[in-house]
Design a binder for this molecule. Structure first.
Ligand code: UD1
Length: 419
């Protein structure tokens, strides 16, 4: 089991190139099962969640290999339509294979990934939508056997909530269905647009991705293509927290500034200043002053403040000069890192979807344990500004979403070692 040792109170300075987005890479890898021929995916982050998707592709009969940041997928049709439990459980996002394999093979058998560290994460929207597209789904003991006996047929689907995964699953299932599918109340996250961009380059007809109504005209076939994954806006937000908490001055390279609107505005409230250039964003922490409290931060579907950036921002609020209230509207169990921040000296109270963070002047290094991906990032950010040494266990959670994070931070002047 690896640990991270962080010696705090080093100011982060310099330039950093932001990795490709995990949440784009995963559905795009699933989308390759719909294609024939070769797809070359650039800027594909080297993460355990991405590796799990590559393993699923290989199990299904595709060739998938990585060379640096580039992943090459060769797809000549699937040799099977089942995904074993141990592969499904490696990453919860494997659920997007449901729509993709069903559309490609006409059948899919898999066991549900189940709840996870941050909440129950049901998939009822996915199943209801696939049934509307003509799937016959048998659910037994947590496993699904889905068939499309008469092929998938376009339908009008209204989501009760703009679920990212359900929107992606429907897009994947509908691309090669007969007729037109309309998704109302679709998720608008940039990762949905990236998935649609990839699929449209492969020959799909997806209109309106990134808006609330997405229209998919089914096509007969899709061909593999080259595609560069968009930069990871959550990693960018995490690095902003690290800079803000250490009085830093860093430039994020290769970012899409328009994806960061809600995050930027909260860091501005905290007293940070920004200069944006094309694909670059410089963030400067307030000089010689503490961060200001951010008053109320509500997590919302995009373009609202992202739930995935809540934990790292909450770490910053823990050392602000006043009180910040967080309202977590997306997942029900997303404050587990706060108990560990309290061990480091933070003053945080949580109740249901609320967290009240009374900023303290200083955090202190401690032995802490991460229990989920973004919570791990929050504890690293806290360790970077804390007095003394923080020993973080549960590093495997971090590695699901942050590529060689200790190297990224060390290059900016932090003292972080993986042991
Ligand atoms: C994706 C992201 C995750 C991010 C989340 C919200 C990936 C791989 N993961 O997760 O990092 O935190 O979006 O931006 O892209 N829900 C249901 N029934 C369903 C589906 C969802 O009730 O069938 C609920 C969920 O429990 C949750 C809410 O809808 O409360 C949003 O979930 P969703 O947008 O689907 O998140 P994911 O796609 O799982």
């Amino acid at each position: 089991m690896s640990k991270m040792l962080i010696t705090g109170r080093r100011r982060l300075c310099g330039d950093v190139t932001v990795q490709g987005a995990k949440n784009s890479a995963l559905p795009i890898l699933a989308a390759t099962v719909l294609t024939k021929g070769e797809s070359v995916l650039y800027n594909c982050p080297d993460l355990s969640d991405v590796e799990a998707s590559l393993q699923i592709l290989r199990y299904l009969g595709l060739k998938a290999q990585r060379s640096g940041g580039t992943v090459l997928v060769q797809s000549d049709g699937l040799s099977r339509h089942d995904i074993p439990d141990e592969l499904m459980r490696k990453t919860r996002s494997s659920i997007v294979f449901l729509g993709a394999v069903l559309a490609s093979a006409g059948r899919v058998k898999l066991c549900l990934p189940g709840g996870c560290e941050i909440g129950m994460r049901p998939i009822d929207y996915h199943l209801k939508a696939l049934r509307r597209l003509g799937a016959v789904i048998r659910e037994r003991h947590g496993c699904l056997d889905c068939r499309a006996p008469h092929g998938l047929k376009g339908a009008d689907i209204t989501l009760p909530f703009p679920s990212v995964g359900a929107t992606e699953d429907i897009i994947l299932a509908a691309c090669t269905a007969s007729g037109t599918t309309t998704i109302t109340n679709a998720a608008r996250e940039p990762e949905i647009t990236d998935l649609a961009d990839y699929l449209n380059k492969c020959g799909a007809q997806i209109h309106g991705a990134g808006e609330s109504t997405v229209i998919i005209d089914g096509v007969n076939s899709l061909s593999g293509i080259d595609h560069a994954i968009i930069p990871d806006r959550i990693v960018a937000a995490t690095l902003m927290s690290c800079a803000a908490m250490t009085g830093g001055d860093i430039t994020l390279k290769g970012v899409v500034n328009s994806h960061l609107g809600a995050v930027l505005s909260v860091f501005e409230d905290a007293g940070c200043t920004f200069s944006a250039f094309e694909n670059e964003l410089r963030i400067k922490a307030p000089e010689g002053k503490r961060l200001r409290p951010m008053k109320i931060v509500r997590t919302m579907p995009y373009p609202g403040f992202p739930t995935d950036a809540q934990a790292p921002l909450l770490a910053a609020a823990a050392i602000a000069d006043g009180t910040t209230v967080f309202i977590e509207n997306i997942f029900e169990n997303r404050y587990r890192h706060t108990a560990e921040l309290v061990r480091m000296g933070a003053d945080i109270k949580t109740e249901g979807k609320f967290a009240v963070v009374e900023g303290v002047e200083r955090l202190y290094g401690a032995a802490v344990e991460a229990t989920d991906l973004r919570g791990a990032a929050a504890l690293i950010a806290a360790g970077l500004c804390a007095e003394g040494v923080t020993e973080l266990s549960g590093v495997r959670f971090l590695e699901r979403g942050y590529e060689h994070f200790e190297l990224t931070l060390s290059a900016l002047g932090a003292d972080v070692k993986k042991i």
